[in-house]
Design a protein around this ligand. Structure first.
Ligand code: ADP
Ligand code: ZN
Ligand code: ZN
Length: 724
């Protein structure tokens, strides 16, 4: 009799014993189907034993072993590390590493074409048709933008309707499968790129961390591709993590062009399950030499892993904010260490954590100080007052003039405001009333088309009142600026301009983002309005002006990382201006042009700012000079939250004394958003100057926390929170 200890994906569970019928070939890492309280689920075998502490009669059998390769030992160990480090149930941590199998039994669709592109006939026929059928426009624009064709990954990611369209168009001869293997396109690396490449290459075969700090447009992607190419040529596999794959559609094409003949597997949650499973298998079998994916790809099975790369390593999306709160960059570093392979962290604005390690010599650092395109110059940076009497709906006179000049020259402008909707607040002009969410401690945001007041925290929506519910005054004022209002204001000033807006509202539909991007690239747009979605790596050669409105808000934020994040954002958006031959300009509206973050932008000196911020963090004993754990709790009644956290605080003091851990336990405080979706929220922060002290403290504290009464309280612990 063999017992299998199976980690199952439930919040309470650790791992449970099942008996393993002979012949199933169960081993550590096997993916098995088991029953858990009458529910069937997929679990991961973490060990096999000859005996169990549970009575024989009460042990259930393993139902089935999935017809998939078992998770490799290093992935199981990695998930176990994540569970231990982030204090999460091991079953949940391991569930992240399990490929999507639930629907894996689904009938497989016939193999999709490797790519599809427009034929000349199709271009003409469809151009005539889309005028009458606007629903087809996005797909058509996408095909136009991809003369080499859209690849199979993208095709299967399309809405079902578009996939049906494509097969109909294929039958009609309007799209075709292109002949394979266009000649490889390789750029000649410049000296800085070559030096970085050689350094990365020299590190092959053992663990090391290299920070590749390159200004926006310096050609980091080409260094990744070249480094990957060398690692693959030696028989290795490469893992490339990216923050948000959907926002960087050009990346795949560039990698494919630079790595001819290499099978590239993408892994992200936007892929249909069947496709993701195929890609997972290709990684596991070693067939895919390059795996590109978002944070979940850090768990990809990679038998010949030789190099890991984390692009935009500072990006907050690497930290999972719900469920298992791991940081994929940090987990990738752990994995590289355990596999004895080098890892490269790339960024124009590296996180302070990474900067500190680079300064301390634990990470090697390579700089790409200039834009790769020899014609490109750094943009000119100009600060203009946010409070401008000549402003039109928040857009200052100088910014309007700068846009006007671009329109006259046929160049493109990007105006950036980090709020979607029409206006962030609706206020009564006669009394103090302001529209608030009934379920959250937050203001409702005014939206147009359709006119609604919306809560951006809980999704609550209501009609816009005609009169003040408090005093009856009919003069209600939308205050502040969102993307919709910005779009309307610019349309009023420049009626002839073609304006497009990009934010979460306009890009909800699949393919919508790609369609606008294609339009901009095809020069069909004069002014682009949007949120930070626009900051990521897009190359628009005719875009020469970037306007930034409302950035000062970050300076008032209570979040200790707000300035660091603002800096990353500003350097990124500035990097969008003047990518090629045309010089770029950045106009920033601010009331504090002397603030360190703006000075750094003007001087194009991120390092100086990073050093200042590191000093501030050291003085305030904040990360990366300290290590934090955040206990967040919420309940319908404020009293219950307070009672829970007061007890947690008492236990924390006891745990600290018991473990003799050098940690500071802060008193509970309301969360930044003190109420969300009807729940009162508060939190307690524990701070340690050394990581092992924090770990020792948590070992002592967590059992006490788990035993606390408070069944109506939802709570969670966040180790290394990225915001407070
Ligand atoms: P980053 O990711 O560092 O912001 P990219 O990798 O997107 O920059 O490169 C910016 C642009 O520079 C791309 O259009 C790329 O093709 C081009 N580029 C990269 N390396 C070179 C090079 N050595 N010579 C000329 N152009 C290059
Ligand atoms: Zn009123
Ligand atoms: Zn709300």
């Amino acid at each position: 009799m063999t017992y299998a200890r199976v980690a199952v994906p439930v919040a309470t569970g650790q791992a449970f014993d099942y008996w393993a019928p002979d012949g199933l070939g169960i081993e550590r890492g096997s993916l098995v189907r088991v029953r858990l309280a009458n529910r069937r689920c997929v679990g991961v075998v973490v060990g096999t034993h000859a005996t169990s502490d549970v009575e024989r009669e009460r042990v259930q059998p393993v139902d089935d072993v999935l017809a998939l390769p078992p998770l490799p030992e290093d992935v199981v160990a990695l998930a176990e590390f994540v569970a231990a480090y982030y204090r999460e149930p091991v079953g949940l941590a391991l569930a992240q590493a399990v490929p999507p199998v639930r629907s894996g039994v689904r009938r497989r669709a016939p193999a999709p074409p490797s790519a599809l592109r427009l034929t000349d006939g199709g271009r003409v026929a469809l151009a005539a048709r889309i005028a009458r059928a606007p629903a087809m426009r996005a797909l058509y624009a996408r095909l136009c933008d991809a003369p080499a064709g859209i690849d199979s990954d993208s095709i299967v990611a399309l809405p079902a309707q578009d996939q049906r369209r494509l097969s109909a168009w294929r039958t009609a001869g309007w799209v075709e499968e292109p002949a394979p293997a266009a000649p490889a396109h390789r750029v000649e690396l410049n000296d800085a790129q070559r030096a970085a490449l050689d350094a990365i290459d020299a590190a092959a075969g053992r663990f090391s961390v290299t920070l590749l700090q390159g200004v926006t447009g310096s050609g980091k992607t080409d260094v990744y591709a070249a480094a990957a190419s060398r690692a693959i040529a030696r028989g290795g596999q490469v893992l490339l993590l990216v923050p948000e794959i959907n926002l960087t559609p050009q990346l795949g094409a560039r990698l494919a062009a630079a790595l001819p003949g290499v099978r590239i597997a993408t892994l992200h949650s936007g892929l249909p399950d069947g496709e993701r499973l195929e890609h997972w298998k290709a990684a596991a079998s070693g067939e895919a030499a390059l795996v590109v994916g978002t944070r979940l790809a850090v768990y990809a099975p990679l038998p010949r892993l030789a190099l890991a790369i984390v692009d935009e390593e500072h990006d907050a999306s690497y930290k999972q904010q719900d469920g298992v709160r791991y940081h994929a960059r940090d987990v990738a570093i752990v994995r590289a260490r355990s596999r004895g392979v080098p890892i490269v962290l790339g960024s124009a604005t590296p996180s302070l954590e990474t900067v500190l390690h680079a300064k301390g010599g634990r990470y090697a650092r390579h700089l790409l100080p200039h834009r790769a395109d020899p014609r490109a110059r750094p943009p000119a940076i100009r600060f203009v007052p946010e409070d401008d009497p000549a402003a039109c709906d928040g857009v200052s006179g100088p910014l309007l003039d700068a846009i006007r000049a671009r329109l006259a020259r046929g160049e493109q402008s990007l105006v950036f405001v980090n709020r979607r909707g029409y206006a962030p607040s609706l206020k009564c002009t006669a009394c103090a009333w302001e529209a608030g969410c009934p379920r959250c401690s937050a203001r409702l945001v005014v939206h147009r088309d359709p006119a609604r007041l919306r809560c951006h925290h809980c999704g609550h929506a209501e009609r816009v009142p005609r009169a003040c519910p408090s005093c009856g005054n009919v003069d209600l004022q939308a205050r502040g600026l969102g993307t919709q209002r910005l779009e309307a204001a610019l349309a009023a000033v420049f009626p002839e301009a073609r304006i497009a807006r990009i934010d979460r509202d306009t890009t909800r539909a699949r393919g919508a983002f790609e369609a606008v991007r294609a339009q901009v690239a095809a020069d069909g747009i004069d002014i682009l309005v949007g949120t930070q979605m626009l900051a990521k790596g897009h190359d628009f050669p005719r875009l020469t002006l970037v306007g930034v409105i409302g950035a000062d808000h970050a300076l008032y934020s209570a979040d200790f990382r707000a300035t660091e994040r603002l800096a990353a954002l500003l350097f990124q958006v500035a990097g969008r201006a003047g990518r090629a031959a045309l010089p770029g300009e950045v106009v920033v509206q601010t009331s504090f042009p002397a603030h360190a973050v703006y000075c750094a932008l003007a001087a194009d000196d991120y390092d100086a700012l990073a050093n200042d911020l590191l000093d501030e963090r050291r003085i305030a004993a904040l990360p990366p000079h300290a290590h934090l754990a955040l206990l967040a709790a919420e309940a319908v009644s404020r009293e219950e939250v307070d009672r829970f956290l007061a007890a947690a605080e008492r236990d924390a003091h006891a745990a600290r004394d018991h473990a003799r851990a050098d940690v500071e336990v802060h008193s509970p405080v309301p969360s930044l958003l003190a109420r969300r979706a009807g729940y009162e929220r508060a939190q307690l922060v524990v701070q340690a100057s050394r990581r092992p002290e924090l770990a020792r403290f948590l070992d002592a504290w967590l059992p006490a926390l788990a035993a606390l009464p408070g069944r109506r309280v939802r709570w969670g612990l966040d180790v290394d929170p990225i915001s407070l």
